[in-house]
Design a protein around this ligand. Structure first.
Ligand code: OGA
Ligand code: MN
Length: 243
């Protein structure tokens, strides 16, 4: 998390620009298949941004590690003061690469990062998500090299057991991070592939019981975020011929 990534003047310019794109629609109450509630979203077109806004977004994409190219599409998400929140999810590996970078405008909020279980990550991304193959010897019923259990295992639909790499946490463990307004955050590596991220909600009047102690005393108002992502890894990218 990078506090004060932009100045108040920059925040105003960016928020006004996003506000203009967002206000043509009402808040969406959320869909059964989506993790987000009381929100609206829009895309920023990098080609037609005012100069000052373009410079800010370019600074954000400057946070990618070397060699990573920003996807040309930049998203802005508006979470309503009352009830706007994003439930835990991992951004699709089909549409997003190694980085998710977000800039928070207008209101502080709480980001919750929850360690995923191996079956919560997309097949093929387990190693990126900080899991390693559990040694065979730990499979229950294993009778030693060449033993009967080995043969059974070889025939058993090639089930792979994954275990978290040391230091990456157990499934369900979480950490809450306060995102002040004007701060940027970078999700990369295991944080991007192996943790669910959520933006906790709170009633604007602060009467809802807090999910996180970081919410105590936090006056969450309407929050606008600007999200930049990089291109998906080739092995996950949707083949345009198949799409
Ligand atoms: C998302 C997301 C977080 C944010 O759009 O997928 O997780 O900071 N956004 O708005
Ligand atoms: Mn996300």
């Amino acid at each position: 998390m990078l506090p004060d990534f932009i100045t108040k003047t920059e925040e105003r310019a960016l928020a006004l620009h996003c506000h203009g794109l967002l206000t043509c629609k009402p808040y969406d109450t959320g869909h059964w298949d989506r993790v987000i509630s009381q929100f609206r979203e829009a895309e920023l077109d990098m080609g037609s941004l005012p100069e000052d806004v373009h410079a800010i977004v370019a600074r954000l994409t400057g946070l990618f590690r070397d060699g990573h190219q920003a996807e040309p599409r930049v998203h802005t998400i508006d979470l309503a003061e009352d009830g706007g929140h994003i439930d835990g999810h991992i951004d699709s590996v089909k549409f997003c690469g190694d980085h998710i970078i977000g800039l928070s405008l207008l209101s502080p909020s709480v980001l919750r990062m929850t360690r995923a279980a191996p079956d919560e990550v997309v097949r093929g991304s387990e190693e990126l998500a900080g899991f390693q193959r559990a040694p065979l010897a730990r499979h229950p019923g294993h009778a030693g090299p060449g033993g009967e259990a080995d043969l059974l295992h070889a025939h058993s639909a090639q089930a792979v057991l994954w275990e978290p790499e040391e230091g990456t946490g157990r499934a369900g463990e979480f950490v809450d991070v306060l995102l002040p307004r004007r701060s940027a955050y970078v999700m990369h590596g295991v944080g991007r592939y192996g943790f669910l991220h959520a933006i906790l909600g709170q009633k604007g009047d602060g009467t809802a019981s807090p999910e996180s102690e970081l919410q105590v005393g936090l006056q969450k108002r309407r929050r606008i975020s600007v999200i930049v992502r990089d291109a998906p890894r080739a092995k996950f990218a949707v083949n345009p011929n198949e799409a």
